[in-house]
Design a protein around this ligand. Sequence first.
Ligand code: DGJ
Length: 734
Amino acid sequence: MKKWLIAVCCLLNIGSHSSILAQEPNSNPINPTTSPEGWLIKTSQSALRLMVDDKGTVKPVYYGPIQMASFQGNNEQWQSATDEVPVRGGFAGKTPMLEVVFKDGVRDVELEFVKAETIILEQRHTLKLVQKDRHYPLQVETFIRVLPEFDILEKWAVITNTGKKDNIHIENLQSGNVVLPADQYVLSHKAGEWGHEFQPQQTLLTPGIKTLKSDDFVAYANPSWYMIQPEKNLDKQDGDTWYGCLAYSGNYRVDFNLPYNGNLQITAGINFWDSWWNLEPGKSLTTPKMVTGYTNKGAQAASQNLHGYINKAVLPATHRNEMRPVLYNSWYATEFSVSEEQQIKLAEIAKETGVELFVIDDGWFKGRVDDKGGLGDWEVDNNKFPAGLQPMIKKVNELGMKFGIWVEPEMVNPNSDLFRKHPDWVLYFPNRKKNEMRSQLMLNLAREDVYQYLLKSLDKLLSENNIDFIKWDRNRGLTEPGWPSAPLELQREVRLRFTDNLYRLIDELRKRHPKVWFESCSGGGGRPDLGILSRMDQVWTSDNTDPIDRTMIQYSYLDLLPAKTMVSWVTRESFHQPTSLDFKFDVAMSGVLGIGNDLTKWTEEEKKLAREKVSLYKRIRPLVQNGQVFKLISPFLENRSALQYVAEDKNSAVVFCYQLAEYMRGGKTDRRKSSVLRLQGLDVNKKYTLENTSADKSINTQQVYSGDFLMNVGISWPLRTANKSLVIILTAID
Ligand code: DGJ
């Protein structure tokens, strides 16, 4: 087999079968039904029913509230509903999950049910359905892995060419398909760009297709996360809510297909635009996972379910249960002008403030004096670190901190030794312009030699130096996805193979260096998907560190991803009005706290404040990183915002309050609305003390409040002037 063909047919590591169950064996959520054959899958609040119809086709009959689990549909409904695996072939009017071309030119697929079994995958009951084409050697296995406590199902597909001689040409293979009862639905999703990630969007779904997708690997524009609610429920706190996303970092798509007269069909999977896959005889192709959930408790519960799922079942197991360290990152302080002496000075002050992890950002490697050179040459710049990184790391370790470093492995600057030696290692088309972005091109990571080069360079870096943390950046999207030296039939597999090899590279590095933490960065939050988050421990949320903007970016980020992954630094940036250090810390403390200022310029007073804030953060960190998040007041709707994090046992909580603009004294409605702070998620029967952690003493901390009072009556909103904040700690007393 040729070199570039070796490896990677699997897009997903499903993991080995295991006999240890996360649920009791008798709580199998997958119930087979008979005459007609089918399955009823139950989570804590949802039910999914599938049936095999009299033509041998697997049909989704129902997906929604568990109370309706007995609903079997009628034959007419089954006939009109899409199939569980809708294919190109037969009648139109559905979004196909599978589109192939067989050797003889036949482009339609006809599937028939073969068998089903319940298996255990990574400790979870999983329904495996096997179907095959009625004529051609094509087998389609679909999986539904059930995580009942999060009301989540993971869906994916594996297709196999069971023939002996001909390739099957795959033009599209989606991960999963779900069908919602006919209704008038509103879609919530995110949109954005660099510095403005995760901006909330809401739209009524009208007949037609709405698509969220990426064509260049970057997810600023439309991350794959979505939430669907019936329009009639929108004003309610609770009510039917479906949610989901795709766990994939390459090009993805999520389609919401609403026929004029029918159920809403949602499909999610790899975006096969400009891509194909040639499935060789005996080979399989596995899709990434589509995550789909349902709760009857509204948007807040949907986010909490996703947080629980990501924290407990997605994040890499090695650090899943560890507290994310307080970090210092030198980017905003020194940019490319780094030197050993200056970084050590920063490290010493960082240590004084209580930082636990010191990270050198961009600029440490050969040829990296600005953003125009050096990417690809992952060797230390001896002009900046004369004896290599080791003396610097030793100093950082002696100070009692972990050491981290920035890399951008998928990229190369034309001004680099790597590019001069291997100009053909980039993605490009002959006779076409190579579009540079930030003076950089993208390496063709689909190539085995590029993969091996990156593995060797990064492995060397991690083996020769005591590095605990990697910030893995990617500062541009894909253009010119050409691979001219590969045979034609392989060239359009390049995007899929790139992503396969990216995952393979991270997985191998993690295997060889299990202690290392990884942070996903893509010019800020351009790669926040669950494919990367099953391999990386946290996300650099945005390059926009202005604390006012951050209250919004972070509030919205928490719709999809947990606080434990949301990295937030205190920097000198203030785009709107100057904001105090106090306010900046209070904003950054609601995620994974970091500091990014030039600490050598801080006054003694500022250092003292930083010390106090870092020590407060360490106190509340278990709540912030592991507590349940309640989004109390949205900065998108009011001139203030509040977030609350509650411990699992409801014995403690922390509340962050932010006043973003002057309190409106004149307008009665506004005043009424913005004068109360009602909490959520507490125990109605418990009594709580309130500890005001800031200098502002506007709340009564002498009084004891019942959970019932705090949630249903509330306390006075404690802030009046713009850009002020307050962190309140609640503790239950006997
Ligand atoms: C973009 C990242 O988002 C920044 O935090 C920083 O790492 C720069 N890249 C470095 O080039």
